[in-house]
Each structure stands twice: as structure tokens, then as C-alpha cells.
Design a protein around this ligand. Structure first.
Ligand code: CAA
Length: 388
């Protein structure tokens, strides 16, 4: 696909690569240790147009396509997966949902500052007892005059503490199951919104993952996103795009692990020669490179389908499933190639290995991706039945 990229896509990739390697890479290990939120990186990314990539220029975005977006996101993930996940949720879930379902007033008030990177977006769907099954969520939103009153708790919200705006789903009608869920735009600092526990994680340490508590949190009725009862569909559509983003993060981290492994094998000498001469390691590198490339092509294919306006749910889940499993295999091999040094913090592969672990879990586990893929296969009426 690289040869088919347009000049504009290649320029965006090269700009993101330069910024990532010159500005972000040098401090990523330190950020992993201190858990400091990458606010300054994100501010500069806003100036470069990386925080509203698929938002039209009229709403202060870059007006780029999804292929450009995944190229840029992979480049950011190459240096710092913590920065990349914030970029991913912000662009693919929050900005895209506002663009697709927001009123003109909501776009003016929220999409513009989001697209400029003045504020960061978060998405609160998951609850302590509703992860893979978001329909069973129990946060409620009750209409009260010109407000909705939200009560309940959300869990594992990426950027929950540092976001300026959070898309929150809540039940507006218990009897209606998924059609009883609505989505709301909640500003950080709203009375009744309490940021709770911040998770102490094995990876993505510089990105905050927060509990959010809603205690009689009054949200203006004009902050309902889409229509009442549309929240589940808004979330599902957002996750379709989000899953392409996780594929891009996976490709970026895996490429970094592969490059680090090639570098290491060239430098390391054992048994009187460079270990890059050993066929066992060369074949490992060959397999890693092949897997990264396969994931990249699935990522491009899903992104291009989205850009062409085709239904891309299945392709996004395939890209997410394969790429997130792939990066776990590739980072594990990278660590193995580095031997004892790979197990230390002197080399970056230890961080890559920890960061990648959640990719098969968040924005839908690998098991959920298989549910989505198989559901789409079985309901596709155009698919010929074998033997028919
Ligand atoms: N696009 C549009 N509509 C969709 C859709 C999609 N991709 N997927 C489902 N729908 C619609 C269906 O068409 C159906 O609508 P109708 O009744 O009108 O036909 C409705 O939604 C319900 O669909 P299902 O019956 O398939 O719903 P379900 O309850 O069986 O769930 C699921 C399906 C795929 C398992 C879904 O629940 C799911 O994706 N679960 C995983 C959730 C997830 O990814 N959570 C991660 C949260 S975010 C995160 O990780 C942290 C962060 O900060 C980003």
C-alpha cells in the first residue's frame, strides 16, 4: 500500500514521524516511570493538526482522511504508546462522534476546541460491572426540566482525569435495553462529576485511566449527543473507528520493537560474531517483519473502506484483532532477542512489551472482536452458502 499513498498522506506521515522521533521519543521512558501525562506533547500535536485529523477545516480540524490518520497515529505510537492512546480516543472516538452526531451548536462549542487540541476528549462507556456488555450498564440519566441528572460510576476511562470533555453514556429508559441508552457531553469540573481512582497499570503508564463518579451531576439538555436512545449506536460506531486506531497503535509499537531488535542483533556479539548472523534470530526477525506488514495492510484496508464510505465494522474488528495479537507476539520476541537485557529498563523493548499487553483488551477484547466478525459473516446475505 505504501506505493499507493498520496503525496499528502506521505507528507503527514513524514511530519508525524519527525515530531515523534525528535520530540516524543526522548522522554517516553521517563514518562513511563513518572506517569506524567504528556500534556506538552499533546499541546504541540494540536498545533501540528494531529488532534483533529479527520475533522473538516471549517471546524478547525485538518480535514485529513483516515489513512493519513492511521499513518500519523502509528508514528506517534512508535515512540510513546501512552501519548498515542490519548490521541486515538480523542480523534477516533470523541471528535468523530461529535462530527457524526453533534448539533451545530455542539460542534461550535466542543468540536472546535477539541480539534485544535485546546481540550482533550474522553469516552466513558465501561462500568465496574459492564465491560464487554455495555448494554447492562447502570448509570442513569433522568430528565429534570432543561437538564438531565446523571448518577452512577464509569471505570477504565482513558484520559478521564485530564480530559476537558467526556462523552458519557447512561440509561434514559431502563425498559428499552440498548435503545434506552443515551450519550451526553459532560464538561470536566461539572458539579457532581468526581474523578475517582486512577489505575496503577502495567503499561501505558503516562496515560491516566480513571474511575468517574456521577453524583446528581446536572448536564444541560442541549448536551445530549444525538437523540435520546441513540447512545449505544453512537458508542458502537465510535468503537468501529476506535478499533482501527488500536490497530494503528499496534503497528506503531510493533515496528518500534522490530527496529530495536534489528539494531540489537547487529550490535550484539556472541560466539565470536554478530548475533545477526545466526539463522535462528534472522528467521525470528523475518517472521516479525511479515506479521507487522500483514497487520499494516489490514489497518490500511479498514481505513480505506471507511474513507470510501463503505461499512467497515468487520474490517475494523479484523484489523484490531490481528494487529493487537500480533504486537503481543512481536514484542515478546523482541524481548527474547534482547536476552537478559530485554528484561531490564536499559532497553525500550521492556516498555513496548508492557504497553502492548492491553491492546487485546481495550476497545473490545479479542474475544469480542471475534463475536463482531462472526456476527457479520453470518448475517451477510451476499455470502454464498457452500454447496448451494
Ligand atoms: N454500528 C452500528 N450499529 C451497531 C453496531 C455498529 N458497529 N454494532 C451493533 N449495532 C447495533 C445493532 O444493529 C443493533 O441495533 P438494532 O436493534 O437496531 O438492530 C444494536 O446495536 C444492538 O446490537 P447487538 O444486538 O449486536 O448488541 P449486543 O448487546 O449483542 O453487543 C457487542 C454487541 C459487539 C458485543 C458490543 O456490546 C460490544 O462491542 N462490546 C464491547 C464493548 C467495548 O468495546 N468496550 C470497550 C469500551 S472503551 C475502552 O476500552 C476504554 C476507552 O477509554 C476507550
Amino acid at each position: 500500500m505504501t506505493s499507493q499513498l498520496t503525496q499528502e498522506q506521505l507528507m503527514i506521515q513524514s511530519m508525524a514521524r519527525e515530531f515523534s522521533r525528535k520530540v516524543i521519543a526522548g522522554t517516553a521512558a521517563e514518562r513511563d516511570r513518572t506517569k506524567e501525562f504528556p500534556a506538552e506533547n499533546l499541546r504541540q500535536m494540536g498545533e501540528l493538526g494531529l488532534m483533529g485529523m479527520m475533522v473538516p477545516i471549517d471546524y478547525d480540524g485538518s480535514g485529513a482522511d483516515t489513512v493519513s490518520y492511521v499513518l500519523a497515529l502509528s508514528e506517534i505510537a512508535y515512540s510513546c504508546a501512552s501519548t498515542a492512546v490519548v490521541m486515538s480516543v480523542h480523534n477516533s472516538i470523541v471528535c468523530e462522534s461529535l462530527l457524526r452526531f453533534g448539533s451545530e451548536d455542539q460542534k461550535q462549542r466542543y468540536l472546535k476546541p477539541l480539534a485544535r487540541g485546546d481540550i482533550i476528549g474522553a469516552f466513558a462507556l465501561t462500568e465496574p460491572h459492564a465491560g464487554s456488555d455495555p448494554v447492562s450498564q447502570s448509570t442513569t440519566a433522568v430528565a429534570d426540566g432543561d437538564h438531565y441528572v446523571l448518577n452512577g460510576s464509569k471505570r477504565f476511562t482513558t484520559t478521564g482525569k485530564n480530559a476537558g470533555l467526556i462523552i458519557v453514556t447512561a440509561k434514559t429508559d431502563e425498559a428499552k435495553r440498548h435503545e434506552g441508552i443515551s450519550a451526553f457531553l459532560v464538561e470536566q469540573g461539572s458539579p457532581g462529576l468526581v474523578v475517582g481512582n486512577i489505575e496503577d497499570k502495567m503499561g501505558l503508564c503516562a496515560s491516566d485511566t480513571a474511575d468517574l463518579h456521577f453524583e446528581d451531576c446536572r448536564v444541560p439538555a442541549e448536551n445530549l449527543l444525538g437523540r435520546e436512545g441513540q447512545g449505544f449506536k453512537i458508542a458502537m460506531k465510535a468503537l468501529d473507528g476506535g478499533r482501527i486506531g488500536i490497530a494503528a497503535q499496534s503497528v506503531g509499537v510493533a515496528q518500534a520493537a522490530l527496529d530495536a531488535s534489528v539494531r540489537y542483533t547487529k550490535q550484539r556479539t556472541q560466539f565470536g560474531q554478530s548475533i545477526s548472523k545466526f539463522q535462528g534470530l534472522r528467521w525470528m526477525i523475518a517472521d516479525m517483519a511479515t506479521e507487522v506488514e500483514a497487520a499494516r495492510q489490514l489497518m490500511f484496508s479498514a481505513a480505506a473502506m471507511k474513507d470510501r464510505g463503505e461499512k467497515f465494522t468487520q474490517q475494523a474488528s479484523m484489523a484490531k484483532l490481528f494487529a493487537s495479537e500480533m504486537v503481543n507476539r512481536v514484542t515478546a520476541r523482541a524481548l527474547q532477542i534482547h536476552g537478559g537485557y530485554g528484561f531490564t529498563k536499559d532497553y525500550p523493548v521492556e516498555r513496548f512489551y508492557r504497553d502492548a499487553r492491553v491492546f487485546t483488551i481495550y476497545e473490545g477484547t479479542s474475544e469480542i472482536q471475534r463475536v463482531v466478525i462472526s456476527n457479520n459473516i453470518f448475517k451477510d446475505k451476499r455470502r454464498p452458502v457452500q454447496g448451494a
